[in-house]
Each structure stands twice: as structure tokens, then as C-alpha cells.
Design a protein around this ligand. Structure first.
Ligand code: FAD
Ligand code: GLY
Length: 379
């Protein structure tokens, strides 16, 4: 049985562990802090195929496929772990306040980019009826009925418990210091608790992946992007669907809270929340749905998104290095892409022919002279 070591206990590492356990592999996952203690616990949990892959069409089909895996996954996780991940497939709306915004969104609704069948323009009256709490200044909106959201920390928790129930070994508080190399092969990892050897090592260290890889001479073209969110509890039924505008999103969650996000700060690993960010997010949210001002205050938090320069994740084997794979760089969509990442990576690690069988093409260009890497995943 193949012994697979996964570095990183965020949603990506955990999804890979879960899918590998379904295939009967021997999996050990190493997490330097707490499982889902970084980006995966901070995520707003949106499953926004359209809103998040606008301007990045190579991602759309992958994101759609991943989103559509959630209903079956939610059921499997409930059966296996007893945890309800709070999946809500209740749609998203991008509202328009001006004629120009309306024109741009309507153009999107009619664009031939593969989402056309999933987008519908709502006239003002219909929008008001569907979301009466929205500002009266909106004149219509783009409706994306098949997108939705979930409770992100619960997804990771359910994946962890399910993987462990099937026999995966998950170690918290265990940092991987270096990868152990023999010739051009990776044969294990050195950790704060000693060395561990395996047949395959998968680096799923989120925004910290480049630090792990740098030590074996591999440079990822990636950067951390800090994000801050806040949450409030409005009156029941305040919003029914996720609302996304250019600079803020409102996500009504299954537990009755409303997540409001998010800021972006490139290059920062800080987990502090700036008072100014809280006030800016709240002010923008109140412009969209003024009743938020009366909601009960919840909390504020921050996390670090792993961004690549192409805005596409690195998924697959590292060329010219035996036994080393990557699954990182999911940026704003790690929750959305977790199911498909788990499935593809588990196939890749357990079956050499999977790239051809799945019909996915993985292309990577390694520019060793410039020391950078770019990766693309396309259908
Ligand atoms: P992480 O969750 O960061 O996990 C990586 C783990 O690796 C960490 O726990 C870390 O401690 C561990 N690690 C690192 N180095 C080592 C080492 N040397 N040894 C051992 N362990 C190590 N995505 C969506 O799809 N929808 C959303 O609505 C959404 N909203 C977001 C809102 C915010 C504010 C933020 C910050 C992100 C959001 N995201 C969202 C993005 C999503 O959270 C990330 O893409 C995803 O969580 C990345 O998962 P990961 O497992 O790669 O990284
Ligand atoms: N996908 C939402 C965010 O990253 O803020």
C-alpha cells in the first residue's frame, strides 16, 4: 500500500486525505498548528463559480465541476462524521445600482463564456420580491441560481473526522522543516517530531508552500494575500441569497449569521484585523442592505489566501522530482475547489493514467533560469 505524506491540514490537504482514504491508501497528514487554523477556517464559504471566476475562464469548468460535487460530498461527510457542513444552494445575486452597472452585468449574462445557462437578469420588481432587504437604490441584478455557500470550518472538520475514521493519521502541532531528498527523489520529510518516510509527499501548505519548497530549490510564483471578514446576526430571513458587489459580499449562512467580506492585502501574513477594515466593510454592507445596521455584532477575523501569479492553482506532480506533488495556490476559491482537488490529486497519486482518463490536461512551464513556475489547469 502506498504511504502518502500530506504537508498541511487546511481544506486542500484534508480533502486529498479524505479522497485517498476512499481509495485505501496509507495517509499521514502533518499540520504545524491546528487543522484548518489558517485560510480554511477564515473563509467566507462562498461557492461562487461565476462571481469568482470572472476574467479567469480557464477556471470556470473546474469550479463548476467542483461545486456540483458538493451535494453528494455533504451527504457522505454527514454519514461518515455526523457533521452537517451547512451547504446552501440558494444562489447569488450581483445587484446593479446604475444603468452602466446594469449594462455590464447584462452583457455578462449574454456572454458566451460557458456560464450563460446559469445566469439570469432580474428586473427591479423581481429583485425586490426575492430580496426585500436590499437597498431601494438597486435597479436590477444578475441572478446565479446554482451557486451557494457553506460553513467553511465545518467542511474541514468533517473532512478531517471522516479521513481519520477511515484510518488516516492526522498530526497537529507538527511542522515540516525540510523535505528529505535522495538524488532527484523526495523520500520523506523532517519534522519537529523527527523524520518520516513515505512513497509520495504532497505539499498542501497554502500560502506557506513556497517556504517549504524553497528549501529544496523549487521556487513558486506565489504570494500571500491577507483577507479580513466580519460577521453579524441579522433578524431571521434578512437575506436569502449571497449578494456580491464589486467591493463587498454578504453571505447568509446556515447558522443564521451573515458573513461580510472581504479585504485584500497582497504580501501580508498578518492575522490582525484593522479597525478601519471593520468600519469600511460595515459601511459598504449597509449601503447594500441598510438593515444590517440593526443586526447584532458577531466577530471579525483574518486569514491568508495563497495566490499564484496566474490565479490558477498548482495541482500535480513536480516535474523532474520523483515522489513530490503540489496542491496549492487556490487563492479565493480553496473551499469551492476542495472537492475536485481532492478527487484529482487522489487519482493522480494512486493511478498513473489518471490525467488521460479524466480528460484533464495539466500543463506547467518551469522556467528555471528565472526561477519561476507557472501552472495551468484546463479542460
Ligand atoms: P490553508 O487553509 O492555509 O492550509 C494550509 C495549512 O498548511 C495551514 O494550516 C498551515 O498551518 C499548514 N502548514 C504550512 N506550512 C507547514 C509546514 N511547514 N508544516 C506543516 N504544516 C504547514 N474560498 C472559497 O472557495 N470561498 C470563499 O468564500 C472564500 N472566502 C475567503 C475569505 C477569506 C477572508 C480568506 C482569507 C480566504 C477565503 N477563501 C475562500 C479562500 C480559501 O480560504 C483558501 O483558498 C483555502 O482555504 C486554501 O486552503 P489550503 O488548505 O491551501 O490553505
Ligand atoms: N472568495 C472570497 C474571498 O476570498 O474573499
Amino acid at each position: 500500500m502506498k504511504r502518502i505524506i500530506i504537508v498541511g491540514g487546511g481544506v486542500i490537504g484534508l480533502s486529498i486525505a479524505f479522497e485517498l482514504m476512499k481509495k485505501g491508501c496509507n495517509v499521514t497528514l502533518l499540520e504545524k498548528g491546528k487543522l484548518a487554523g489558517k485560510a480554511s477556517g477564515a473563509a467566507a464559504g462562498m461557492l461562487g463559480v461565476h462571481t469568482e471566476t470572472r476574467g479567469n475562464p480557464s477556471m470556470t469548468s473546474l469550479a463548476k465541476e467542483s461545486r456540483d460535487l458538493f451535494p453528494a460530498l455533504a451527504e457522505q461527510l454527514l454519514n461518515c462524521s455526523g457533521i452537517d457542513i451547512g451547504l446552501r444552494q440558494n444562489g447569488m445575486i450581483m445587484p446593479a445600482m446604475t444603468g452602466r452597472e446594469q449594462h455590464l452585468l447584462q452583457e455578462e449574462a449574454n456572454s458566451p463564456q460557458g456560464m450563460k445557462e446559469e445566469l439570469r437578469w432580474l428586473e427591479e420588481r423581481e429583485l425586490r420580491k426575492m430580496e426585500p432587504s436590499l437597498s431601494r437604490s438597486f435597479i436590477g441584478g444578475l441572478y446565479i441560481p446554482r451557486d451557494g455557500n457553506l460553513l467553511a470550518p465545518r467542511l474541514s472538520e468533517a473532512l478531517a473526522i471522516s479521513a481519520a475514521t477511515m484510518g488516516a493519521v492526522l498530526h497537529e502541532g507538527t511542522e515540516v522543516n525540510t523535505l528529505i531528498m535522495k538524488g532527484r527523489s523526495i523520500i520523506g520529510v523532517n519534522t519537529t517530531r523527527g523524520p518520516l518516510y513515505g512513497d509520495e509527499v504532497v505539499v498542501a501548505g497554502g500560502a506557506w508552500s513556497q517556504h517549504i519548497l524553497r528549501r529544496v530549490g523549487i521556487k513558486l510564483d506565489a504570494a500571500p494575500v491577507k483577507g479580513e471578514c466580519i460577521s453579524v446576526t441579522p433578524k431571521e430571513g434578512f437575506l436569502n441569497r449571497t449578494i456580491v458587489s464589486d467591493d463587498v459580499y454578504l453571505v447568509p449562512k446556515a447558522d443564521g449569521t451573515l458573513t461580510i467580506g472581504a479585504t485584500e492585502q497582497v504580501g501580508s501574513f498578518s492575522e490582525d484585523v484593522a479597525a478601519e477594515s471593520v468600519s469600511r466593510l460595515l459601511a459598504k454592507a449597509c449601503t447594500i442592505a441598510p438593515g444590517i445596521a440593526a443586526a447584532a455584532w458577531g466577530k471579525a477575523w483574518a486569514g491568508t489566501r495563497p495566490k499564484t501569479s496566474s490565479r490558477l492553482p498548482f495541482m500535480g506532480r513536480v516535474p523532474d522530482v520523483e515522489g513530490l506533488s503540489l496542491a496549492t495556490g487556490h487563492y479565493r476559491n480553496g473551499i469551492l475547489l476542495a472537492p475536485i482537488t481532492g478527487v484529482l490529486m487522489a487519482d493522480l497519486l494512486s493511478d498513473k493514467d489518471c490525467e488521460r482518463r479524466l480528460g484533464y490536461e495539466y500543463t506547467r512551464q518551469w522556467d528555471r533560469n528565472r526561477g519561476s513556475t507557472t501552472s495551468e489547469v484546463s479542460r
